[in-house]
Design a protein around this ligand. Structure first.
Ligand SMILES: [Fe+2]
Ligand SMILES: [Fe+2]
Length: 146
């Protein structure tokens, strides 16, 4: 059976998609800053520390994506994606988990798209980001007791 590959993306389309990723990195950073500030309870001490680390790592991802978008000839967005808040600790962790699952899906796709058009350095940067998102997902899974 033939492998079904999506049509290779154009560089213009890839820049658009990377800008969506960038918006979502900004919103992830803000969401983590908010959640780490409002989350309470001794049992959540460890994950609160992790959320603060995640916030900084998402900013690092925004920095990498902005640089790559500019390098590819695009304009890095300053728009911010949707941010999810809650008063309940576990609901906050679920919101963060959803964001990470979505990021993992998007970056896996983005790596393939970058390779399709031979943007191998971009693909490498995206792989590094993907590895960090997977660590974020693991931290959240552990905190949620899964
Ligand atoms: Fe990220
Ligand atoms: Fe993340």
């Amino acid at each position: 059976m033939a492998v079904t590959l999506e049509k290779p993306v154009t560089i213009e389309r890839l820049i658009e998609l990377l800008n969506i990723d960038l918006e979502l990195e900004y919103s992830a950073a803000i969401q983590y800053i908010n959640h780490s500030a409002v989350m309470t309870g001794a049992a959540y001490g460890d994950i609160i520390k992790e959320l603060k680390i995640h916030a900084n790592e998402e900013i690092g991802h925004a920095m990498i994506l902005s640089g790559q978008i500019d390098y590819l000839g695009g304009s890095p967005t300053v728009e911010v994606g949707p941010i999810h808040v809650s008063k309940d600790n576990d609901e906050m962790l679920e919101q963060d988990m959803e964001g990470e699952d979505d990021a993992i899906k998007r970056y896996k796709m983005r790596i393939e798209q970058a390779e399709q058009i031979k943007e191998f350095a971009l693909a490498q940067q995206l792989r590094n980001i993907l590895a960090v998102e997977q660590e974020h997902a693991m931290d959240l899974k552990q905190a949620l007791g899964r």
